[in-house]
Design a protein around this ligand. Structure first.
Ligand code: DQA
Length: 151
């Protein structure tokens, strides 16, 4: 059985490709998910992706991870990064390690984007690498799981 990795995309990321491309790039969410599935095959990981504009849907998905064998989470909480205690608490409750990803460099933007409800719980934070950030996160996860399996 391949280790299961959950990828969560928060609100408005379904618009990637057409949403402020100067900030978020031209790659669509579908292309990002396809790249992650391909890389997952290469790294022998099962990748499950979900995008939602609804906080409760993401909270429910995280809660379900406690029972479905998910080993690691890669999450771009998008605007919920700066607002969602509920999503933070869900990740904290299931005690799964996660990587926080942002396409843009949130530190080069408005001051409110520097506040994250996730970064202090995250294993790693990747911000400003565009769509590549997700692949970097998946490679990091693969490396972590490999190290874990060897120890
Ligand atoms: C984002 C940054 C957030 O501040 C913003 O609300 C997003 C996307 C990013 O990927 O750069 O929707 O998480």
């Amino acid at each position: 059985m391949k280790p299961r990795i959950a990828v969560l995309h928060g609100p408005n990321l379904n618009l990637l490709g057409s949403r402020e491309p100067a900030i978020y790039g031209a790659t669509t969410l579908e292309q990002i998910d396809q790249q992650l599935h391909r890389l997952g095959d290469e790294l022998d990981l099962q990748v499950d992706c979900l995008q939602s504009n609804h906080e409760g849907v993401l909270v429910d998905r995280v809660q379900a991870m406690a029972r479905d064998g998910t080993r690691y989470v890669i999450i771009n909480p998008a605007a919920f990064t700066h607002t969602s205690v509920a999503l933070r608490d869900a990740l904290s409750a299931v005690q799964l390690p996660f990587v926080e990803v942002h396409l843009s460099n949130v530190y080069r933007r408005e001051a409110f984007r520097r506040q994250s409800y996730f970064s202090d719980l995250a294993q790693a934070v990747i911000s400003g690498c565009g769509a590549l950030g997700y692949s970097l996160a998946l490679r990091f996860v693969a490396d972590k799981l490999m190290t874990e399996a060897q120890s």
